[in-house]
Design a protein around this ligand. Structure first.
Ligand SMILES: Cc1ncc(COP(=O)(O)O)c(C=O)c1O
Length: 374
């Protein structure tokens, strides 16, 4: 049973009797500007590669990725999405007790459950705009030997400065930190330098190509870690784990560095402009709380009388799919997440949500403390 994920566009389309492409999918966190120009055209010319086995260990694309970040290939692994690593790590590391910085992506907990690894959540609260406190979390969970931490976090958008994470890792060498940077490329570089090349012994960094390049169907993820972690993970590697077209895509992206970097920069600018715009408009809606985000989605708390599943249903009638966050441990039935898309789509969502909030009597409940009202 696969659970804990967001809006299923296929189920939504079946319910509405339309094609998935007729729904504005604001539940999925992929880059609205992607895939990068030229990538799909290149893949089309390489479609014949699916007629032969791909490189068994994806060594070529691993080397291309390592070169891009100045890493030794011995410190990098590739897989069919970071999901592969999330599910292998608790077993590979021999984790005795995990600590998960919540509210967050459900798969860290699911992976621990499946590996029969006991885990605890430490929840950042709305009062602190969901800003995580690693020191406090560890102080309350001294027996944890592995921490799962998503930065910027899904679904809150909160970002901890990389220097703070590096400092934490160095102060606590006995704890392994699994840092998921899937949404980092959307954040401003000044605040969000990657730690993929930090070379800190107890730090394991996940890098997904799914979101920023909008290629989740290709299934590509990387991990950087110290040699002993790589060795331990190798026992969970499976042959031909990364498909042929995915390997072609990585080589293309890594060999077109200026174009790839320009695409990422353009994507960041778009996301930042759209996020500011959405925060401004929705921040004016009485009782609706918007939490600060540094990435491509925004977490909202609905006024008391509104419920996320109802709001999701109402918006779906207008063919807009948002993420009902009520199944995130540590959130409630009042939270929704909106992934930023094109200007037109974001405007449509904003208008629809404003209408919806106006059409139902609002309670007198104030927004959660610590939320930014713009
Ligand atoms: C925080 C986070 N990490 C990892 C993943 C999985 O991504 P991938 O496509 O690399 O397996 C997701 C997918 O939604 C995610 O939200």
């Amino acid at each position: 049973m696969i659970w804990g994920h967001g809006g299923n566009i296929h189920a939504a389309a079946a319910e509405l009797g339309c094609r998935p492409s007729e729904i504005v999918d604001m539940s999925s966190n992929v880059n609205p500007l992607g895939p990068p120009p030229g990538l799909l055209a290149h893949l089309k010319t390489q479609i014949h590669t699916v007629c032969a086995l791909p490189e068994v260990d994806a060594g070529g694309m691993t080397a291309a990725f390592a070169r891009r970040y100045g890493l030794c290939t011995q410190n990098v692994l590739a897989a069919n999405g970071t999901t592969h690593f999330i599910y292998s790590l608790p077993r590979a590391l021999g984790t005795r007790r995990a600590l998960i910085m919540g509210p967050t992506y459900a798969d860290y907990a699911t992976a621990c459950e499946r590996a029969r690894v006991p885990f605890a959540f430490w929840y950042a609260g709305a009062a602190n705009a969901f800003f995580p406190d690693l020191e406090e979390a560890l102080a309350q969970n001294r027996d944890a030997d592995t921490i799962f931490f998503c930065n910027p976090n899904n679904p809150t958008g909160a970002l901890l400065p990389p220097a703070a994470i590096a400092g934490f890792c160095r102060r606590h060498p006995q704890v392994r930190v699994v840092l998921d940077e899937s949404y980092l490329p959307f954040a401003a570089p000044a605040k969000a330098r990657t730690l993929i090349d930090a070379r800190i012994n107890n730090l394991i960094v996940l890098n997904s190509l799914s979101k920023i390049f909008r290629i989740p169907g290709l299934r590509i993820g990387f991990l950087s870690a110290s040699g002993d972690v790589i060795k331990a993970l190798d026992r969970f590697a499976v042959p031909w784990n990364v498909n042929a077209l995915a390997q072609v895509a990585v080589k293309y992206l890594m060999s077109h560095t200026p174009e790839t970097e320009a695409f990422i920069a353009r994507s960041r600018e778009h996301i930042e402009a759209e996020r500011t715009c959405l925060q401004k408009r929705l921040g004016a809606v009485c009782g609706l709380s918007i939490f600060p985000s540094e990435t491509s989605f925004v977490l909202l708390k609905l006024p008391d009388r509104h419920r996320a599943p109802d709001v999701q249903r109402q918006l779906l009638k207008q063919r807009i799919l948002i993420r009902d966050c009520s199944n995130f441990a540590g959130l409630s039935v009042q939270y929704i997440r909106i992934s930023l898309k094109t200007r037109q789509a974001n405007r449509r969502l904003t208008e629809a949500l404003m209408d919806l909030m106006a059409s139902t009597p609002l309670s007198t409940t104030r927004p959660a403390a610590g939320c930014r009202r713009i």
